[in-house]
Structure formats: C-alpha cells, structure tokens
Design a protein around this ligand. Sequence first.
Ligand SMILES: [Zn+2]
Length: 436
Amino acid sequence: MHHFPERLAFEPISVQEAYESRALTEMLRYIAAYSPFYREQFAKHHVDPNAIQGLKDLSQLPFTTKADIQERNWDFLCVPRTEVREYTATSGTMGKPVSIALTENDLQRLAYNERQSFLCAGGTPEDIYQLALTLDRQFMAGMAYYSGIRNMGASLVRTGPGLPQMQWETIQRLQTTCMVAVPSFLLTLGQWAGEHGIDPGKAPIKKAVCIGESIRRADFSLSTLGAQIAALWPIKLYSTYAATELQTAFTECSSAQGGHHQPELIIVEIADDAGNILPDETPGEIVITTLGIEGMPLLRYRTGDIAALHPAPCSCGRFSKRLGPVVGRKGQMIKYRGTTLYPPAIFDILNEAAYVTGYVVEVFSGAQGTDEVRLHIHTSRSVDECDRHLRALLQSRLRVVPELQYHSGTDMQAMMMPAGSRKQVRFIDNRSRNLG
Ligand SMILES: [Zn+2]
C-alpha cells in the first residue's frame, strides 16, 4: 500500500500543505495518464497538468460534479477492471446512483482512513465496537468502519441496523464500549431502554460515533436530535462527515469542534456557487480532491454539502483544519430578510417544539424576487397557544419569524406524504428560479 504519514495532522499547516502540494502534482500526473475523463477535461480546459506546481495553482483546475460521474461513470476508472476488488455505490437519494470501484490499495487506504478516524474519536485497541449499520447493499461506509476498527486492533460485533432488543442484549452480553450508528437510531435505543427498565447510564457503552446525520449546529452546540440523545443516554457523541465518492471521512475528536481534515488523504476547499474559493470560517460548498486513490480519483469534486473550515489549532494536538457541521445542501440556501438560512436549521427549531406535531417548510419568491418563507404547521395544542410559543422560539433562535399557516392533522399528513412519495416531505422549494 501507499505509505501515508500517520502524524501529518499533528504537524503545522505549512507542513501539511507542502505534503498536499506534492501529492497533488503526483495525482495530476496519474489522472492525466490513466483517466479517460480527466484527460479529456484537461484538453477541453486547456490545462497542462504538469504546469501545476501545487496547492497555489489548484484553482486553475476544473471542477468535477456529481452529474459528471453519473454521466461518465466508467471514464473515471483509472485501472483495468481486473484490478478492481470491490464495487460500491452511492445510495441514490440525491439522484441516479454512481458506482465507485476500489482496488486492493484503495481498500487498504479506506481502512487506514477509518482507523485514523476512530483514533481521532477517542478509540483504543481495548474498545469493543458495535456496528449497528448496514454492511452490505453496496454500502462503502459499513466496510470502511469494519476494516478500520480491525486495522486499529480493537474488536467489533456486527449487529446491523434496527432491532433494539437484540442491540441491548449484545451490549450487555459482550460489554461493548462504543456504538457506531445513525443518531436517530441511538435515540430509538435510548428510548427503548427507558421503556424496558434499562438504565443506559449504567451500560458499558461510553461513546458513539454518529454517522449519516448531523448532531450539531454550525456553532458546534448539539442539535435538537443530539440533545435528545444526550438527555437519554450520557455518552460521548462523535460526529463524522463523509460521502462515498470521497472514500475519506472527517471525524470529530473529543473537543467536538468539527471533523478533522486528514491532509494525507484529501485536499479540501470551500467554494461559492460561482466557484470562487472562500476564506476559512465562511460556509460554502465542500470541494474535495482525493489523494492516493488508484481506482477512481476525483479532482475538485463539488459535494453539494455546505459547511465551513475552521483553521485554529485544536486542543487535541492536531493542527489539521476542522470541517464544521453540514448546515445544508447547495441550492437550498434561503436569503430571508437579510439572514442566510438553510432548511435544516428551521427543522431543528421545529423539532425542538414538542407541541408542533407536523410541519413542512415552504420557500417561494416574493413580489421583488426575494425569498419568502412559510411554515405549514399542525399542532397538538390550541392554535393560539402554539402560535405564541412558536413565535417566541423562532424570534430567539432564527431572529426572524416566517409566515405561519396552520393545518388539520389530515391535511398536514397529505402535505408531508403526498401520493406516490415514499419519503416524508419536509421542504418545498417553490421559488421561481427553481421552477421549470
Ligand atoms: Zn481535535
């Protein structure tokens, strides 16, 4: 396998960037030689990859989008099919699924990435991990966790998703110390324990690595979901961010101030819609260049996820930058009365209001082309009482109070679960620029 400098995250940023620059030039030579897609891109954009000296020249290179991979999937493959060892695929929740093919070295890189992530999240060889997640169905992350934990020298048990009773039986029988699960399932587990006379605080589980969903707000405080878990179950929560295409994770350390960048594995940039690179601490689209990948390396891949990079050295001793919680998806940004909002921040507030029993957030264009927000609400209380509490809550948390429209339970259900939809609708974008 490629030899990665394990301690690079603990070196000053200048050392990290020097490494990234060297790895970038190597990566560019590789894709120019072996990737049909990038060879064509370099010709089309009149870019000479050999002229790129390092990070400072990165912005001269073209972006890669999800649509590029969807349309040209196999032109991204840099090795003969006989060199592929595993095929994985994205879930397809964001459109047509894409295949990501990994070589043996890529699988080892993936295991290294996840070992480093678990070490960052307070992992030790003495830990026993309970993997309450999917390990098949073409899902890359499950295998990554599995191999990363083994690589770290810790032990694990694959319980898979769901089945709270079996999960608790396993926790008690094996004395597992760390859950790896989606946060909403951790909440289910905590609730199940309470209903069945189990005190989660006395369980051997001391921490959880939270995957797939964000448990923090942009200021790193726990989201409503994160706080609900913490209230039921006094364990340390570690958030992670990853996407299949990246083959790399950003994982929090015990300081819980964002997921640490792994400079030996990827280059991360934050871009605005026009493709300009934004300064640190400014939220924008996460753009990733992979390092050390043989099968399907990606150059300046636009993830569509919005977050900010935080450059201050971390109390854990790492100097690597930290990626803040994902605050939303590109294209969902709402400019509302001078405030920039993403739907998840509104969901978080509505989730906090226990008296709101159903909701849909609608954004539409006002007379001057401005963004307007309307919250469709169903409440278990009287409308007057809900209105009073909700207006106060929105004012304190959002600083603005959108239009509120109340609905009966039946109407609300019809809006949240339209005929033919298999997923609950929480956000409707009726802005004119998004129509047609
Ligand atoms: Zn840290």
